[in-house]
Ligand binder design. Structure first.
Ligand SMILES: Cc1cc2nc3c(=O)[nH]c(=O)nc-3n(C[C@H](O)[C@H](O)[C@H](O)COP(=O)(O)O)c2cc1C
Length: 226
């Protein structure tokens, strides 16, 4: 294995939110998903399930979600607790500043923000949309497996020059998605993902998202101080 290539895939992956229209051939998407399925999982249970959409089904799901969003008949977002601890709230606010700043949307312009949120539901114009579901009878530890799989999908795509954006926005519209995609009763919508070739001219695709330094999130135990 060439570590430089893994490193390159890790560092060059970004969430891409504007796409060129070129389609992705089905065998290529299947190759990415197959490669990602080498992700580890507890007792090799492989709890992921993927709904792979392109073309008219993306438009039809997008329209149903848009309508649900506009009607406001969906459960409130439960992605984060009502009170986000200060440390995370600060990073979330920094993210929002960069995101809406890149789009030229003022923080207080809630209509423009809502229009941008809606773009999630047509996968930001990507030719391929993925909906990841997990069996609702599993415990939250199995969601770790799903997360590892999802990151593996993004890296396997990036290694092939293909961009992605993971999207939790889909999860609160489970009922709409379940009806549109005829999900089984045991499936819960965990996440979506846009996939395609990013429009690298779009300012929204050129945001820098800073990361903490390793010493800010690592407590070192047992190593001699250098
Ligand atoms: C589980 C998960 C859910 C996310 N959901 C969304 C989403 O619904 N919409 C969106 O535009 N970005 C979403 N993102 C992208 C994050 O905003 C992004 O990963 C973060 O700001 C870091 O930027 P980067 O991915 O470009 O490095 C999500 C990321 C993760 C890991």
């Amino acid at each position: 294995m060439r570590p430089a290539e893994v490193h390159e895939a890790l560092l060059s992956r970004r969430s891409i939110r504007a796409y060129r229209p070129e389609p992705l051939p089905l065998p290529l998407v299947l190759e990415i998903l197959q490669a990602a399925s080498s992700a580890p999982s507890n007792s090799n249970t492989q709890p992921w399930r993927v709904h792979l959409l392109t073309g008219a089904p993306i438009q039809s799901l997008g329209s149903a979600l848009e309508e649900a969003f506009i009607r406001g008949k969906h459960p409130a977002s439960a992605h984060f607790p009502d009170t986000l601890p200060d440390e995370f709230a600060a990073r979330q606010s920094d993210f929002a500043g960069r995101y809406y700043g890149a789009l030229g949307i003022a923080r207080e312009d809630s209509a423009a923000r809502a229009r941008q949120t809606l773009k999630n539901f047509t996968f930001f114009g990507a030719p391929v949309g993925l909906i990841f579901t997990i069996d609702r009878r599993l415990h939250h530890h199995s969601w770790l497996d799903l997360g590892l799989f999802i990151q593996s999908v993004m890296l396997a795509a990036k290694a092939r020059g293909i961009d992605t954006c993971p999207q939790v926005s889909f999860s609160r519209f489970h009922e709409v998605i379940a009806a549109e995609l005829r999900l089984s009763a045991d499936e819960e919508t965990a996440c979506g993902m846009s996939m395609g070739y990013g429009d690298l001219c779009a300012a929204v695709n050129r945001m820098e998202m800073p990361r903490r330094r390793v010493d800010e999130f690592t407590r070192i135990v047992g190593y001699e101080p250098s």
